[in-house]
Write a protein that binds this ligand. Structure first.
Ligand code: XBP
Ligand code: MG
Length: 255
């Protein structure tokens, strides 16, 4: 039986609720900067989140929601430029300290480090967004806590494609049965499961009603002492918070 060697952790929605008050706001600011009258409200953004990746989401919006938009000749560069502005805006929001970590994240990361569990980030977002979020919430040294930051365009297919998880397994030189994935969304779950990795889900307001069939367990949060998680699906064997002991049991659990 393999022991738990590594935790592969998603960023957006999992370690922090970045989508509604971070990425969405930054997209809208980029639209204003570009003189566009587009406005992604909270509900619309929930629908657009079916597509992972900011540039891919912009393209989907233009193609599916703006049939009358007078497309520039070079749509690829238009999207790239708009997305560059969006990233600048997002980084500025993080600098203001706008987005805190979700409950239990700091506790679990610290315990993982103390117990020698290897850590990797596995996300579709732009690499600079990850380092800025880690820096603004846990301090710049925390970037070094992660052996690998697998992010953005380093693989051809974004989640739900398994590419980014395959990439992480390869670069960590481990097999799927030696690690767990922490995710918040159906796309993240499909991606991790596609690479054969057992996955723990903590939902958020955008993902609560998604289909999490195939997840090891679905929780509302990682939990803190005195504020245990709520179990939405699966078995937890009496645990109240997600800690390293719980994750080690989850890797082999049949409950
Ligand atoms: C995150 C995403 C990203 C962010 C925006 O998905 O889909 O696109 O919304 O980031 P996941 P960028 O949590 O499944 O990795 O604009 O930098 O792409
Ligand atoms: Mg996510």
């Amino acid at each position: 039986m393999s022991t738990l060697k590594a935790l592969l952790i998603d960023v957006d929605g999992t370690i922090a609720d970045t989508e509604r008050d971070g990425h969405r706001v930054a997209f809208n600011q980029a639209f204003t900067d570009a003189g566009l009258d587009w406005d992604w409200d909270v509900a619309l953004y929930g629908q657009l989140l079916t597509v992972s990746g900011g540039k891919e989401r912009l393209r989907y919006f233009i193609e599916e929601w703006k049939p009358d938009f007078d497309e520039p000749e070079d749509l690829d560069s238009f999207i790239r430029e708009l997305h560059r502005t969006k990233t600048r805006r997002y980084l500025a929001l993080l600098k203001q300290g706008a987005i805190p970590l979700r409950p239990g994240v700091k506790r679990l990361l610290k315990e993982a480090r103390a117990t020698g569990l290897r850590l990797a980030i596995v996300t579709t977002t732009t690499p600079a967004n990850v380092t800025a979020l880690l820096g603004s919430t846990l301090g710049v040294d925390s970037i070094g806590w992660f052996e690998l930051i697998a992010a953005g365009d380093i693989v051809p297919g974004k989640k739900p494609a398994p590419d980014i998880y395959h990439y992480a397994l390869e670069h960590l030189d481990i097999v799927a049965t030696e690690c767990l994935a922490l995710e918040d969304s159906d796309n993240g779950l499909l991606s991790a499961r596609g690479a054969g990795i057992k996955t723990l889900i903590t939902v958020n307001d955008y993902t609560r009603r998604q289909d999490f069939s195939g997840a090891a367990v679905v929780l509302d949060q990682l939990g803190e002492p005195g504020m245990g998680f709520e179990v939405l699906a699966g078995e937890v064997g009496g645990a109240k918070v997600v800690d390293v002991a719980f994750l080690s049991r989850l890797l082999h659990a049949s409950w």
